[in-house]
Design a protein around this ligand. Structure first.
Ligand code: C5P
Length: 328
C-alpha cells in the first residue's frame, strides 16, 4: 500500500550542444540537443490532501495556492517567490495529467523545495514536472509503466523526458526524442546564477529574429538540419574535459546575450578565471563554465562571485542521475 507521502529528487541540466534548426509549422524548432544532468536538484513531495487551504505552515514555503481540482501547491527555497503557483506550473499539470490517465481525482498536496534557478535555462520547471509524476505515481500506487511516464513527460514539455532519465542524452525532434549517451567520467561545472529569468519562447523568437536580420531566414527550409557533433559525443564518452570544452556549442547563446547583454561580462569573467569553456545554459540566463577539476571550479566560482556579474555561483559535477524517489 502507498504511504502518506512520497518525495522525488530531480536534477537540473546543461545543454553541452544545442543545435537549433528552423522554425517548424507547429511553432517548435527541430533540435540536436545534448543534455547533461548536473548535481543541482529540486525535490517534489506529494502527500494526501483535500485540496483546501487549511492555513497550516509548511516548511519555509513562501507561497501556497489551491490550484483547483484538488491540487494544492506550496514552494520553498530561495527562488520560491518566482515560481508560478497557478495551473501554469508544470508540476500541477503533471499531477492532473497522471490523475486523468488513471481516471482518478488529482487530490494531492505538492510541495517543491527549489534549488534549481527559476526560468534559468536549467530545466527547473521540467524537473518539477518529472518529480511530480514520480511522486504522485508512488503516493497513489498507480504503478505507471516507465514508457507511459516518458510519454506523459513529452506531453508536458520538450525537456521533461530528460529530467526523468538524467545522465546524458541526445534529444532530437523538439528535444523529447531521447537517445541515452555514454559518459566516461566526472565533469566539473560552475553555474553563474542571474537575477531574474529569461522566457524560453522569447529566446527562441529572438534566435529567429537574428536569423532573419542576418538574411539567412529562420524557417525549416532555410536553416540546415541540426546534427549532433561527433567530436562532442566522443569527448563525453572518453570523459575528456578539454575535448568537451572545444566542442560545446549553443545556438541560443547569441539570442540570450542579445536580450541580456550583461551575460557577455559573466562569460568573460569565468573564462578569465580559468574555465575551459563558457556558455549560456540552454535559453539562459544562467551561464555554465566547464572546469578542469574541483579546485579550478572553486576558483572560477569565487571570481564570479567577486566580480558582481552574477547573483551567485554554484559548483557541481555531472553526470547526475535522473528523477529518483527518496527512501520514505
Ligand atoms: O516544450 P516547451 O513547452 O518547454 O517549450 C516552450 C517553448 O519553447 C515553446 O512553446 C516554443 O516557443 C519554444 N521551443 C521551441 N523549440 C523547441 C522547444 C521549445 O521553439 N524544440
Amino acid at each position: 500500500m502507498a504511504g502518506d507521502s512520497a518525495t522525488a529528487r530531480v536534477p537540473a541540466k546543461v545543454n553541452v550542444q544545442l543545435a537549433v534548426g528552423g522554425l517548424r509549422p507547429d511553432g517548435f524548432h527541430g533540435l540536436a540537443n545534448v543534455f547533461l544532468a548536473v548535481g543541482l536538484y529540486d525535490e517534489v513531495t506529494a502527500s494526501h490532501g483535500d485540496g483546501r487551504d487549511d492555513g497550516s505552515a509548511e516548511g519555509d514555503g513562501t507561497g501556497r495556492q489551491d490550484c483547483g481540482h484538488g491540487v494544492r501547491l506550496t514552494v520553498s527555497g530561495r527562488d520560491a517567490a518566482h515560481v508560478p503557483l497557478d495551473e501554469s506550473n508544470l508540476a500541477v499539470r503533471a499531477a492532473r495529467l497522471l490523475a486523468e490517465r488513471h481516471g482518478r481525482e488529482p487530490r494531492v498536496r505538492l510541495h517543491i523545495t527549489k534549488d534549481i534557478p527559476v526560468a534559468g535555462g536549467m530545466a527547473g520547471g521540467s524537473a518539477d514536472a518529472a518529480g511530480a509524476l514520480l511522486a504522485c505515481d508512488a503516493l497513489w500506487g498507480t504503478h505507471t509503466p516507465q514508457d507511459e511516464l516518458r510519454a506523459m513527460c513529452a506531453e508536458l514539455g520538450s525537456d521533461v523526458p530528460f529530467s526523468l532519465v538524467g545522465g546524458a542524452a541526445l534529444g532530437q525532434g523538439r528535444g523529447e526524442l531521447l537517445t541515452p549517451l555514454e559518459t566516461g567520467g566526472t565533469f566539473h561545472w560552475v553555474f553563474a546564477l542571474a537575477d531574474g529569468g529569461l522566457s524560453t519562447p522569447a529566446v527562441y523568437r529572438e534566435c529567429d529574429r537574428l536569423r532573419e536580420a542576418a538574411g539567412t531566414g529562420a524557417d525549416v527550409d532555410s536553416v540546415p538540419e541540426p546534427r549532433p557533433s561527433a567530436l562532442l559525443l566522443d569527448a563525453l564518452r572518453s570523459g575528456d574535459a578539454e575535448a568537451l570544452a572545444a566542442a560545446v556549442s549553443n545556438d541560443l547563446q547569441a539570442a540570450a546575450v542579445s536580450l541580456r547583454p550583461s551575460l557577455s561580462d559573466t562569460l568573460k569573467t569565468g573564462t578569465a578565471a580559468g574555465a575551459l569553456a563558457a556558455l549560456v545554459s540552454g535559453s539562459g540566463p544562467t551561464c555554465a563554465f566547464l572546469a578542469g577539476d574541483a579546485g579550478s571550479a572553486a576558483r572560477i566560482a569565487a571570481a564570479l562571485e567577486e566580480s558582481g556579474h552574477c547573483r551567485s555561483a554554484r559548483t557541481t559535477t555531472a553526470p547526475a542521475p535522473g528523477a529518483r524517489l527518496l527512501p520514505a
